[in-house]
Design a protein around this ligand. Structure first.
Ligand SMILES: [Zn+2]
Length: 208
């Protein structure tokens, strides 16, 4: 799909030095992202509504063909992105079969109800949180103009950590290499702890 996006922002700017311009750009960036998302979502939603089979279905009766528009922008929902939070008015359609209304914004964005961000964003924040302390993560994000607090980074680390499996794969080779590596741990007197790492060899590949 080709999308034509026109920007129009009014900004108060006291001078034109690079620091001021960068600071102003950070503020515009998140506004632009919100508008960018809204324009593209609307385009796709319009196209889907013209298609016979929709990429969503009625929760009540299962219909995925006959819907009418209710509104293009209603109840707000907040989505956290790697550029910060954006607030989107949700698009709502109504099932022609049973009359049930449904919000389609999150379905099209592929972000589950009540989840604040996409899986990709969660993984990026979790990686950041695992590379440095949560406090520093928040500082790094702030430096690039992103207002995401350390507790949000902490939650991402917990969620992604809980999903990672550390088992051996029975389909791969019964060989591997082991070593120990130092892991810095926040809040303890010693500099860190040693973590034993085992790398399983894949069939057809040799350990480097
Ligand atoms: Zn229905």
């Amino acid at each position: 799909m080709t999308v034509n996006i026109k920007c129009n922002y009014t900004i108060e700017i006291p001078n034109c030095n690079m620091e001021t311009l960068t600071a102003a750009f950070r503020k515009v960036l998140i506004l632009f992202l919100r508008d960018f998302v809204l324009v593209i979502l609307n385009k796709f939603a319009t196209e889907y509504m013209n298609q016979k089979i929709k990429p969503f279905k009625c929760k009540k009766c299962g219909n995925n063909e006959e819907f009418i528009w209710k509104t293009r922008r209603t109840k707000n929902t907040k989505i956290t992105t790697i550029f910060g939070d954006i607030i989107l008015g949700q698009m709502q359609v109504q099932c022609k079969n049973c009359g049930k209304k449904l919000y389609i914004t999150r379905k099209l964005l592929e972000i589950a109800p009540r989840k604040s961000m996409s899986e990709g964003t969660k993984k990026i924040l979790a990686l950041l949180g695992s590379l440095t302390s949560f406090r520093i993560s928040e500082k790094i994000l702030k430096m690039v103009g992103v207002a995401i607090n350390k507790m949000k980074v902490w939650r991402c680390v917990q969620e992604v950590g809980a999903e990672i499996g550390f088992d051996l794969d029975p389909k791969e080779s019964a060989r591997g290499e082991a070593d120990g590596t130092g892991i810095p741990i926040q809040g303890i007197k010693k500099r860190g702890r040693e973590l034993k790492v085992f790398i399983q060899e894949k069939i057809g590949a040799e350990c480097a």
